[in-house]
Design a protein around this ligand. Structure first.
Ligand code: HEM
Length: 156
């Protein structure tokens, strides 16, 4: 069966957009609960994650140029990114206020946020998601190895 998805709603209604993405990815309340559990492992690594991401982004001139743009509400970017990563991991209810905040952050990276717009080409966002995924998997793999070593030591 083919479900109709309204592109106008996708572009104008963040709840509708979130519902569509959730259906596509099969992202449910179980995933939110899982993120909240992962937070226990990830939270202490966030400053290092953000630092690693910045080093990567600033190592290419095509990306560095975006960070030379200073918008009206420019604040310490590291603090803001650490804050949003913590929020995503620890948020229990993905209510409209939370979604609207995510949507606002996304919008900043396009040309649709007025004077706050930085208009980042999607290719950079896409590779950054891939890079982040690698960092997170490495952290989990590291934790898993420590756990296995601990279990093995208990049985020695
Ligand atoms: C995984 C994707 C990304 C996430 C989750 C993310 C997150 C954020 C957040 C939370 C902010 C602060 C928004 C605010 O003012 O409240 C921000 C701003 C910004 N982002 Fe991103 N971002 C991403 C990708 C990128 C990429 C790929 C670039 C550059 C090519 C970039 C460049 C910037 C710039 C220049 C700002 C404004 C200054 C700053 O806060 O650093 N972002 N981003």
């Amino acid at each position: 069966m083919t479900e109709h998805i309204d592109i106008n709603q996708i572009n104008s209604n963040f709840r509708y957009r979130f519902d569509y993405l959730s259906k596509f990815l099969n992202f449910t309340s179980n995933d939110i609960a899982m993120l909240n559990k992962f937070a226990i492992i990830i939270l202490s690594h966030i400053p290092v994650i953000v630092d690693t991401v910045y080093r990567k982004l600033l190592s290419f001139d095509i990306i560095k140029q975006y960070f030379l743009i200073r918008n009206d509400s420019f604040e310490d970017p590291l603090t803001k990114k650490i804050y949003i990563l913590k929020r995503i991991l620890t948020q229990i209810e993905w209510n409209d206020t939370f979604l609207q905040n995510l949507s606002r952050i996304g919008k900043i990276h396009t040309n649709k946020a007025g004077s706050s717009s930085i208009n980042v080409d999607y290719i950079h966002i896409c590779v950054l998601f891939g890079f982040l995924e690698h960092i997170l998997i490495d952290i989990f793999y590291g934790q898993l190895k420590i756990l296995i070593i601990k279990i093995n030591m208990e049985y020695l």
